[in-house]
Design a protein. Structure first.
Length: 286
């Protein structure tokens, strides 16, 4: 089953840049098709564009591989693409499945997830800047690309700290810092499944993000979570963390609601409630 085509996508949005995502596998020398497919699904989910009744998902992907990986996998690209298309379609069908209890609690109608193309378009290209065992994905909402649109900033999830990469979406000249210090870990589960965020910077912006709001930790969830919901700040001199609520529907720290705009001390281990929708399990690393 293929997602329906959207023939009248606004010209102002058809070329919006989707997610720019990277993954490395420092303990592996070979990429598997399942890893590539998993990253394509993750990219699609975080690169979505929400409308009133529809969620438009990226459908055009460019996957950058190290030249050696590209050569090694070149003979099976067609099979990887076929498998990935099936997985992407299955994920969209899953997102469109009824969630009656969830929706009744919030008194909201489900949005339909679609793509603007007739089918998924996936291209593999070599890139000497991508390390062995790594991959980088650029995605678009449609085949027609217009300049001036940015996607989200995203970081590595579910990998070792040495694989953490920070990238600015819309550019391919990102600075890689594979040996960054790990300050904390944040575990959570949003609509795209269980996630692990590795904190390697002194300030983390958390929320759903948007066209002009790039989050460090982008949450895939409903609009009860603000586009920029909260910030976590690390004081470099002491290593102490603080959290600030910036949201409409509130942030909770270990069960206590925070005052909006007021910075509060963040314990080394804490549960951060986000809009009564999901929980971030924060743990500082010493």
């Amino acid at each position: 089953m293929k997602p329906d085509e959207l023939p009248n996508v606004s010209e102002a949005k058809r070329g919006q840049r989707g997610l720019l995502r990277a993954a490395e596998h420092p303990n592996e020398t070979r990429l598997s098709g399942s890893v590539i497919t998993g990253e394509l699904i993750r990219n699609m989910e975080l690169g979505r564009f929400e409308m009133a009744f529809t969620v438009l998902m990226p459908c055009c992907f460019t996957v950058y591989l190290n030249p050696e990986d590209h050569t090694m996998l070149s003979g099976v690209f067609e099979m990887v693409v076929e498998d990935a298309r099936r997985a992407l379609c299955a994920r969209v069908a899953e997102l469109n499945a009824p969630r009656s209890a969830f929706l009744k609690r919030r008194n909201k109608a489900a949005k339909e997830h679609k793509i603007a193309c007739r089918d998924w378009m996936i291209e593999f290209l070599p890139d000497s800047e991508v390390p062995m065992g790594g991959l980088e994905i650029h995605s678009e909402l449609n085949e027609s690309v217009q300049p001036g649109f940015r996607g989200m900033k995203t970081t590595l999830t579910g990998r070792e700290p040495s694989a953490g990469l920070h990238r600015t979406t819309g550019q391919r000249s990102e600075t890689r810092r594979p040996a960054e210090m790990l300050y904390a870990e944040i575990r959570y589960e949003d609509d795209s499944g269980p996630q692990l965020y590795l904190v390697t910077q002194n300030r983390v912006r958390v929320g759903r993000g948007g066209d002009d709001q790039s989050m460090d930790l982008a949450l895939y969830t409903n609009d009860e979570v603000s586009r920029e919901h909260l910030t976590i700040r690390r004081e470099a001199a002491t290593g102490v963390f603080f959290v600030t609520d910036l949201s409409t529907n509130g942030t909770w720290l270990d069960g206590k609601r925070l005052r909006k705009g007021v910075e509060e001390l963040l314990p080394n281990r804490a549960e951060i409630g986000v809009g009564e929708v999901l929980t971030l399990l924060f743990e500082a690393r010493r």
